[in-house]
Design a protein around this ligand. Structure first.
Ligand code: UD1
Length: 338
């Protein structure tokens, strides 16, 4: 199948592009490289033995997107492109709304114009917020507590409205839990700009000596060791979840939501321990106050994706940490080393 992948040079996008190529699909990546490097696509091509087509453009660029659809004639779209930092989104909310909502409008309009009816959207478990207790099923109440989360929540609603108006449309909303890890080759991985916000990239940079120590945000949560628990999922498992969703949507129009998670919560201190085991390096840390906006615990009920997509996450926390460490050691400064 021919798949147009927005944001395909980014962390999750590059792993999914590789999985698509390895499964024999044709891929066109549309990415403005505002938070990604073209080097990721060169490495994807080397790993796959096949080169994905690439257009450097913002997905909001109607002319560029029109040309991409005209030339590539995709059967389906995976929409990763978007701004994703919670803290930043509270500082520049209008940018988040303009980029994340605007790109979705341009994309849906281009799909309608060019007779493309299948889309998989990168949503987030952030939409479950604090509205109910984990494990979260897809029908749990949703909302959001910051502009980034609200863009994800709004786009889900926009997609549902688009399906209501056009029952021929097939939409898969994938709610990611916490993607970590890297391809086992160590050639592609997460390459955050500046100081990482998320736990694993931060831990990896502490182990690499780029940061002094980890601040553990809170040890007084109602969890077994007092630190926050999350459902960490290997990025390669996440990538295969997209292929399963695309397949499912081939014979099923309508609006569908699937959680992509393992169903297992892991605490911050358990992650530190697993990373130390995988790397053989001690990770210094200090207990700090809770981070504003954090929940105690978030993990998936992955049963719907397991049953309907025939998909499940297979990698362990130890594998996730080993793969993160391999990527970080081989590329201490990410793609900038290339
Ligand atoms: C964060 C976002 C979420 C987004 C997701 C994926 C917030 C509040 N939430 O989720 O909306 O969808 O990333 O990008 O930013 N931790 C530390 N020290 C650190 C970093 C994190 O102790 O330096 C802890 C956190 O308190 C949390 C856990 O590690 O308990 C995971 O944090 P993180 O990787 O930032 O993910 P989320 O907060 O789950």
């Amino acid at each position: 199948m021919r798949v147009l992948v927005t944001g395909g040079a980014g962390y999750i996008g590059s792993h999914t592009t590789l999985a698509l190529l390895q499964a024999g699909h044709e891929v066109l990546v549309v990415d403005d490289l505002s938070n990604a490097s073209e080097e990721s696509l060169r490495r994807v091509a080397a790993l796959a033995g096949r080169t994905p087509a690439f257009i450097q453009a913002n997905v909001r660029d109607e002319a560029a997107l029109d040309a991409a659809f005209e030339g590539f004639t995709p059967d389906a779209v995976i929409h990763f492109a978007g701004w994703k930092a919670v803290g930043e989104s509270t500082q520049i909310p209008l940018t988040y709304y303009r980029e994340n909502l605007g790109s979705t409008f341009t994309l849906l309009e281009a799909m309608a114009k060019h007779d493309c009816h299948r889309i998989v959207f990168s949503s987030s478990a952030t939409v479950y917020g604090e509205m109910s207790e984990p494990p979260f099923t897809e029908d749990a109440p949703t909302g959001a507590t910051n502009p980034y989360g609200r863009t994800k929540h709004m786009i889900e609603q926009i997609l549902a409205d688009a399906v209501a108006a056009d029952p021929g449309l097939a939409v898969g909303v994938l709610r990611y839990f916490n993607p970590i890890g890297a391809h086992s080759s160590g050639r592609i991985g997460e390459d955050p700009k500046g100081i990482p916000n998320n736990l694993l990239p931060f831990v990896a940079q502490v182990a690499a000596g780029r940061r002094d120590k980890l601040m553990v945000f809170g040890d007084d949560y109602p969890t077994p060791d007092g630190t926050g628990t999350r459902d960490y999922i290997h990025v390669v498992d996440l990538a295969t979840g997209h292929l399963a969703a695309l397949d499912k949507l081939a014979d099923r129009s309508g609006y569908h939501v699937w959680n992509l998670g393992t169903g297992r919560p892991t605490s911050v201190l358990e992650i530190v321990g697993a990373f130390e085991k995988a790397s053989g390096i001690t990770v210094p840390y200090e207990i700090a106050p809770r981070r504003a906006g954090d929940v105690a615990s978030s993990y998936a009920h992955p049963g719907k994706a397991n049953a309907e997509l025939g998909w499940s996450a297979t990698h362990t926390i130890d594998e996730m940490c080993a793969d993160t460490f391999r990527w970080q050691s081989a590329n201490p400064n990410g793609y900038a080393d290339a």
